[in-house]
Design a protein around this ligand. Structure first.
Ligand code: PMV
Length: 392
């Protein structure tokens, strides 16, 4: 006889920081050296779908990712599992009628709706989905802020994916991490017209892992000290205010400056850490020129620990931004997923130098068109069958 299999399913979003997290003051708990701000992206385009299952018949904890079994041995997943089990145990201690799920092994089955090979940070959506799904399975009363403290231990930036819209990760000061958690600055509905275009730039070799890069920067860069002590605290206030005032001019300007400063402290590290490549730098030049010709911020670029460009812009400027991208790369993979933009005509603003178009076209393998979106959503679609087996 097969024992009962308890399941809960969720989807969780990707988030892209506009004020970057870079540096850990505690590597085990993933406590940052500065606060950060991000925009949560729509799950229509980028999401992780996860089912968490528990049963007395399971003999070990298991994790399945995109149809492949992965290890659960790492300290990050263990930290998430043990925190969630402890919270469930407290519920069971208070109510003897509850099934003892905290004593059962877990089976986590997870799928991304975007190619992992695209080099997009999928760990944020992955850990947010894992924590949300197990919390739902365990029927935990904890709110997203409390759950963000657990997801943070999986991957720092994952804590911000517990919320939709515009999200801050407050670094906190406590040694145990109890006050280092994500909070909502404003929900998606507050400023729904924020759009994003991701230019997937093929990397020649694997980049330095973010944890390694951060440690090198924190240990060796003197610019980094200025960044965390002076620049970020001020920028955090200005960017939060700009979001609440829907002031794209200020927000876009600071987003680009912060991306550039993050890559500057990487370069200031010893040995230096490089994430941008020639294509990234050409995109930076193009957007700077576009904004300067327009006399305002039409689009803002930002780059994480890799060469992909994320461009934020407002819906009203879509014809300008996508018109230009269409003129540069009319047939790149990705346009066909958005029939609504088919009517936008390719157009190059007067005065923009088209001498760099070829290099961008050559270097970008795919465009992902998306927008600000909600936090994790419950899903009725289970990736674990009633007999406990993963659904491929
Ligand atoms: O959470 P991690 O280890 O994936 O680090 C993320 C670091 C950046 O993406 C570069 C910045 C950020 O705030 O997301």
């Amino acid at each position: 006889m097969v024992e009962q299999v308890y399941t809960a399913s969720t989807t969780a979003p990707v988030n892209i920081a506009i004020l970057k997290y870079w540096g850990k003051r505690d590597t085990k708990l993933n406590l940052p050296t500065n606060s950060s701000i991000s925009v949560t992206l729509s799950q229509d385009d980028l999401r992780t779908h996860t089912t968490a299952a528990a049963s007395s018949s399971f003999t070990e904890d298991e994790l399945w990712l995109n149809g492949k079994r992965e290890s659960v041995e790492g300290p990050r997943i263990s930290a998430c599992f043990s925190e969630l089990r402890a919270l469930r145990k407290a519920l069971e201690n208070a109510d003897a009628a509850l099934p003892p799920l905290s004593t059962y092994k877990l089976r986590i089955v997870s799928e991304n709706n975007f190619p992992t090979a695209a080099g997009l940070a999928s760990s944020a959506a992955g850990f947010a989905a894992l924590v949300r799904a197990v919390a739902d399975l365990y029927e935990l009363p904890q709110d997203p802020e409390a759950l963000s403290r657990i997801a943070r231990q999986g991957s720092g930036s994952a804590c911000r994916s517990l919320f939709g819209g515009y999200v801050a990760w407050e670094m906190g000061v406590e040694a145990d991490g109890s006050d280092s958690r994500a909070v909502e600055i404003a929900p998606q509905e507050f400023w729904p017209d924020m759009k994003a275009a991701i230019l997937v730039v093929s990397a020649r070799k694997k980049e330095t892992a973010s944890t390694t890069g951060m440690q090198t920067t924190a240990k060796t860069s003197s610019l980094f000290q200025h960044r965390i002590n002076v620049v970020v605290p001020e920028r955090f206030k200005e960017m939060s205010k700009a979001i609440l005032e829907k002031d794209f001019e200020t927000l876009g300007k600071l987003t680009m400056m912060d991306s550039n400063q993050f890559h500057a402290v990487c370069l200031d590290s010893s040995p230096p850490v490089f994430y941008l490549n020639d294509v990234s730098r050409i995109v930076i030049g193009l957007i700077e020129r576009l904004n300067s010709l327009a006399g305002r911020i039409v689009a803002a670029y930002t780059f994480d620990a890799g060469p992909n460009a994320v461009l934020y812009y407002l819906e009203k400027d879509e014809p300008v931004v996508l018109g230009l991208l269409k003129a540069i790369m009319p047939s790149v993979d990705g346009w066909q997923t958005k029939p609504a933009v088919a009517s936008i005509a390719a157009a190059v603003p007067e005065g923009l130098d088209d001498g760099v178009f070829e290099a961008i076209k050559e270097g970008v393998s795919r465009i992902i068109l998306t927008r600000v979106g909600p936090g994790p959503l419950k899903s009725e679609e289970s990736l674990v069958a009633s007999d406990g087996s993963p659904v491929a």
